[in-house]
Design a binder for this molecule. Structure first.
Ligand code: NAX
Ligand code: ADP
Length: 296
């Protein structure tokens, strides 16, 4: 069992984020796949978080009935419509709709706002078929709910994904859907993030702990219970994706993402109180707290 290092200011300063100096192409493009008819906002939160941490370009793909409204809500993004079922769930990637976007994206996020297994699996398989094998993936929400039993997808994402489960999703990944692990720990001392990293061969961020397969792990020095608010996990997943897009490696993106997300919450708590700030308000804090993390 390895030790868990605290993400101290010194440790983060020793591993500075890449600072690409070119235009938006140098800072990478993020594609977010998600957004059932009832939950397009999750994609907005994840996508804007990616831009707020410095990604250069943003594309969003959501259920076709909400693609138009989402394009208006996020004028900074290109938005694609995906086929949907009568209940509003995303049915899958559609014939060739995503192929060019997947080939071009520097990072692909799958999951925010998805709410049904079949369409989610079809999207994941399209990503694996059409995105270059070197493209990093961030998997959240239902993309995590279906991962345990999809052995082809599970094998293919080893070494190239960052998983960002909440406690319910961690329970699905561990195969115990009726017993969610509490705050990053099961009943022993081994953080859930570390167990999942070893089981899935990916970097995992869970309840403020980042783990790599095989041992290294870090605990955020920031954050508090007010961060447990609707949409907070979508912001975290998008922030990790944006940091990957600007050139961070998976563990670095996960560490800076969780630390910046936590510090953004701490800043809001100081301004408005520990509870009741909104996930969307975290977005505006992200650029400021990334600068602060460089200079603390
Ligand atoms: N404005 C919005 O559109 C928002 C959308 N959200 C989205 O809402 C969804 C649910 O988020 P919650 O935080 O409530 O999630 P929960 O904490 O209830 O966890 C639900 C998770 O359980 C798993 N799961 C449940 N039923 C499953 C099944 N039949 N098969 C496989 N896995 C299953 C999936 O991994 C799923 O993501 C996510 O897609 C999330 O992105 C929320 O984040 C809130 C904001
Ligand atoms: N009580 C807490 N203390 C510290 N950080 C927290 C707490 N609750 C949530 N967070 C942070 O916020 C992130 C997202 O919260 P979570 O409730 O898991 O989101 P979601 O259900 O939207 O995926 C967590 O991964 C963690 O980094």
């Amino acid at each position: 069992m390895g030790d868990t290092a605290v993400l101290s200011p010194t440790l983060l300063r020793e591993h500075p984020l890449p600072e690409p100096t070119g235009g938006k192409d140098a800072r990478g493009g993020v594609l977010v796949l998600g957004g059932a008819r009832g939950t397009p906002g999750a994609v907005l939160l994840a996508g804007l978080a990616a831009l707020r941490v410095g990604a250069g370009r943003l594309s969003l793909a959501v259920a076709e009935s909400v693609a138009g409204p989402l394009a208006v809500a996020v004028p900074e993004a290109g938005v694609l419509g995906l086929p949907e079922r009568p209940d509003g769930a995303v049915a899958g990637p559609g014939d060739g709709v995503l192929d060019a976007e997947l080939a071009r994206a520097d990072v692909v996020v799958v999951g925010p706002g998805l709410d049904a297994p079949a369409g989610t699996l079809a999207l994941l398989r399209a990503v694996l078929a059409h995105a270059p094998a070197t493209t990093p993936l961030v998997l959240d929400a239902f993309a995590l709910g279906v991962l345990r039993d999809a052995s082809d997808v599970r094998e293919a994402v080893r070494g190239r994904a960052v998983l960002t489960p909440n406690s319910t999703e961690a329970a699905y990944l561990l195969g115990s859907s009726d017993a969610a692990p509490d705050e990053g720990h099961d009943d022993g001392d081994e953080p859930v993030a570390a167990r999942l990293a070893d089981a899935y061969g990916t970097v995992v961020v869970c309840a403020g702990v980042v783990a790599e397969p095989g041992g290294r792990r870090w605990r955020s020095s920031t954050g508090h219970s007010g961060l447990g608010t609707s949409g907070s996990g979508d912001v975290l997943a998008g922030a990790v994706a944006g940091l990957l897009a600007r050139g961070a490696d998976p563990a670095q993106a996960a560490c800076f993402g969780v630390e910046a997300h936590g510090l953004a919450g701490d800043r809001l708590a100081a301004a408005v109180g520990p509870l009741g700030y909104l996930a969307r308000e975290l977005l505006d804090e992200l650029p400021r707290v990334l600068v602060e993390l460089r200079s603390r």
